[in-house]
Design a protein around this ligand. Sequence first.
Ligand code: NCD
Ligand code: ZN
Ligand code: ZN
Length: 352
Amino acid sequence: MQQTTTNQLTLTLPDDWHLHLRDGEMLTETVAATARCFARAIVMPNLVPPVVNAEMAAAYKARINEAIPANLAHSFTPLMTIYLTNQTTPQDILAAKAAGVTAAKLYPAGATTNSDAAVSQIDRLFPVFEAMTNADMPLLIHGEVTDSHIDIFDREKVFIDTILNKIVSHFSQLRIVLEHITTEDAVEFVKAQDNHVAATITPQHLLLNRNDLLVGGVRPHNYCLPVLKRNTHQQALREVVASGNSKFFLGTDSAPHEKYRKENACGCAGCYSAWSAIELYAQVFEELGVIEKLEAFASFYGADFYQLPRNTQTITLVKESWQVPEEIILPNGNPIVPFYAGKTLSWKLQSK
Ligand SMILES: NC(=O)N[C@@H](CC(=O)O)C(=O)O
Ligand SMILES: [Zn+2]
Ligand SMILES: [Zn+2]
């Protein structure tokens, strides 16, 4: 149960329901950052090559487990996902379910980082969705169309209108998470569905709008997909989390790219927020005057949707100003600029 005083906030240990850990040496960095304050995380499968089946998910999970720092070894569990492609079969779903894979992820081809292998024709996946419905395996969706004539700011709305609506009406029993939502349209769509449909919301889409990306010079470290939208959409996201609606829960979409790949003529999409994740959300909930609603958003609603037990341990945040570092140096010596670099936050994680 959340306990709040003016200087201290104790909450049930949270989970991150949308996360990129990457692979190889990068795992030393990313796994430690997330294990710092989360019990579980839904690990995205968009590696190169993508994690497309139970065997690849098991091997990836083993590499992640090896990277968990010794002092956090028993307090972090990666929840694995597989990446749907045009070749995915219902048998792949059954095998993944049997092997303990938590969910499967739909990326429209070309929608985002490492999505070239992804799905080009949604109808071809209907037998797979059928198998997922029967196996009760959640479908996680990057909800943007990729047609070149659709404006980048409209891609989420058009996806909802043309594709998501179709999936939901054919598969009313399939549990679906619309990931990293960015628009009022997504908020209204998810609110209008029954409890089979939920959404994750990132810290960047709660804290920022497209002015923070484009005014006074382009800010590559605020560039992510779906792209930041206008202020009215940001307000809709803030309102829905402030309302305490249980269909909307925490998913950071922490997605590191090395600095040189972001500060580039063709910069990568993704914000690396893991080292300040829970603190960023605390900042938002405090700004909204609903800090007492942080715990359910961060620690209850997602677990309930995934039908997993809520965590029993707690974390404590203290009221203390601190600055997000300007850079984090990877084991290979290359820097990453974290999300909100150089900015001051008012809550700090004290202990897990
Ligand atoms: N969100 C992003 O901007 N980037 C993510 C991919 C994704 O979640 O779409 C990444 O893997 O870098
Ligand atoms: Zn995505
Ligand atoms: Zn993501």
